[in-house]
Design a protein. Structure first.
Length: 268
């Protein structure tokens, strides 16, 4: 597997690579992919490969991290991500170290080539990335390049499923019949520990541990208005698989169709 020269690979304790998460930043995987984490956690049947695309330099900071330089923040966040990978029993962690401008440049083929190399090497059956309605431009760029990378592969080398997950926009608006719901019941303790690893973000001004736990619980409780809760905690995802089964589908038109369906289901 040949990646860009700045890429860092941290191997886990098992060589099972069923699931692949491709995210923008350090901490995104722990926020958006709890379903993939718990599937591989202490499992001999499943294993998560986590890919972090960004270098971590541009994050918000406050408190004791207010005066940390971009270089120092990069190093801190990479250590935090490695700690989370070890705690979460990831099969492998790959940090690609691209800056935000490079990620958002849709003509930057190096990042896409890295994704292709990773997919070909690990051959996952499921890939998770950001959803196309996310409001963070770096997240959307990662999702679009992930789709391009998969589409560059022949059908027999593509994953069976592709899911778009929640970070900077929840998916509660998605039609219930299209919403992919993952049961996280019983895993709140480990999931909270994982996101709490990111002290540079939490102490630095972002309460991700509270927000992420709240979203998971809200997903379970507000899933249905006329029935009791099926889960104590849940993650939502958008099924992006049609975009890797039919290369003629336009990603923007695909997501707009979901929004139009939401509009059609309004009760007013």
């Amino acid at each position: 597997m040949k990646l860009n020269e700045r890429a860092e690979i941290t191997e886990g304790k098992k060589d099972i690579y069923t699931d692949l998460a491709i995210a923008a930043h350090q901490d995104d995987i722990e926020i958006m992919c709890p379903q993939a984490i718990i599937r591989g956690y202490q499992s001999q049947a499943f294993g998560l490969v986590a890919v972090v695309t960004a270098d971590g330099a541009g994050s918000a900071r406050a408190g004791k991290f207010a005066n940390v330089t971009d270089k120092e923040m990069r190093d801190i966040r990479k250590v935090e991500q490695r700690t989370a990978a070890e705690l979460g029993d990831y099969a492998a962690l790959i940090q690609l170290d691209y800056n935000s401008a490079q990620i958002k440049d849709m003509n930057n083929e190096d990042q896409i080539n890295d994704y292709v190399e990773i997919i070909k090497h690990y051959q996952p059956s499921v890939i998770y990335t950001h959803n196309l309605a996310d409001k963070h431009p770096t997240h959307v760029a990662v999702a679009k390049k992930c789709i391009r990378a998969i589409r560059s592969l022949p059908p027999d080398q593509r994953p069976l499923r592709l899911y778009g997950c929640e970070v900077w926009r929840s998916l509660d608006w998605l039609s219930d019949e299209e919403k992919v719901v993952f049961d996280l019941t019983g895993y709140e303790e480990i999931l909270n520990k994982l996101i709490s690893v990111y002290e540079s973000q939490i102490a630095g001004g972002k309460s991700y541990e509270k927000a992420s736990s709240g979203r998971r619980i809200a997903n379970a409780t507000y899933a249905a208005s006329h029935s009791v809760d099926q889960y104590e905690s849940a993650a939502y995802a958008m099924d992006l698989t049609p975009l890797i089964e039919d290369d003629s589908l336009d990603p923007k038109e695909f997501i707009v169709s979901k929004v139009k369906k939401f509009i059609d289901e309004l009760l007013v």
